[in-house]
Design a protein around this ligand. Structure first.
Ligand SMILES: Nc1ncnc2c1ncn2[C@@H]1O[C@H](COP(=O)(O)OP(=O)(O)O)[C@@H](O)[C@H]1O
Ligand SMILES: [Mg+2]
Length: 223
């Protein structure tokens, strides 16, 4: 399965979701490639730090690929791994388009606080264009950094529900310090000790909706 975590807004949580998804899939024993297609290299930095902190037991393979060349390279690599998770930058880049032409699933996090319809329209148009060359692409939208309460969540969720080319996943990730705490240790949120129960439950919920599988891991299993 080829997952692209994208969108056209910086800071929406793409790298957080991509790295946590790669870790979660690896915890399930799957053979995972994490591709950093963002020239900011945040996912690569995470993997390097994880490599150091876990003495090489990252559990997945990590590469950097950007630009148009990414497309053929991705096709080649995809056949060698069970899952490929691609982290993209916060713009409509050649890399993101190249990745989407070979992807199965497009995962687009939206931050309800900074939600704007303009971004949603641009993503919608991008998906429609890509579907002309990759008609099987499925696109999922979900809330990241959701507020514990308030109308922002509902407004964003309603707009996403109304968008036909995107399927809205009702599996919001809350605004949780656990993500930064885990990343600081080179870990995914499912690996944190002590477990942050709210963060891990939310992430498992999202994982389940994305993959159709219930993650078997309880917090802290080592890869
Ligand atoms: N659910 C969340 N709760 C708390 N902080 C988050 C969450 N998701 C992302 N962040 C933080 O927000 C910042 C931007 O996230 P990041 O994943 O790097 O976004 P992007 O890759 O889309 O630019 C990071 O500091 C990250 O730790
Ligand atoms: Mg990023």
């Amino acid at each position: 399965m080829i997952y692209v975590v994208g969108g056209i807004k910086g800071g929406s949580g793409k790298t957080t979701v991509a790295t946590n998804l790669a870790v979660a899939l690896a915890l399930e024993g799957r053979d995972v490639l994490l591709v950093d297609a963002d020239d900011q290299e945040t996912a690569t930095d995470f993997s390097a730090w994880r490599n150091e902190r876990t003495e090489g037991r990252t559990g997945y393979t990590s590469v950097q690929l950007t630009g148009q060349a990414a497309r053929e390279e991705l096709r080649r690599l995809a056949s060698k791994f069970e899952d490929v998770v691609i982290d993209t930058g916060g713009r409509d880049t050649t890399s993101q388009r190249a990745a989407l032409t070979v992807a199965d699933l497009y995962l687009v996090p939206f931050n309800p606080r900074s939600f704007d319809v303009w971004t949603l329209e641009k993503v919608t148009r991008l998906i429609q264009e890509i579907q002309t060359v990759n008609p099987d692409l499925r696109s999922y939208a979900f809330l990241n950094r959701a507020d514990p309460r308030g109308s922002d969540n509902d407004e964003a969720a309603d707009a996403l529900r109304d968008t036909e080319v995107l399927q809205f996943l009702d599996a919001p990730l809350g605004n949780r310090k656990a993500y930064a705490n885990a990343a600081a240790q080179g870990l995914g949120v499912l690996e944190l000790h002590p477990e942050d129960r709210k963060a891990s439950t939310e992430f498992r919920g999202l994982y389940q909706q994305i993959t159709g599988q219930v993650p078997s891991t309880t917090g802290g299993k080592e890869v």
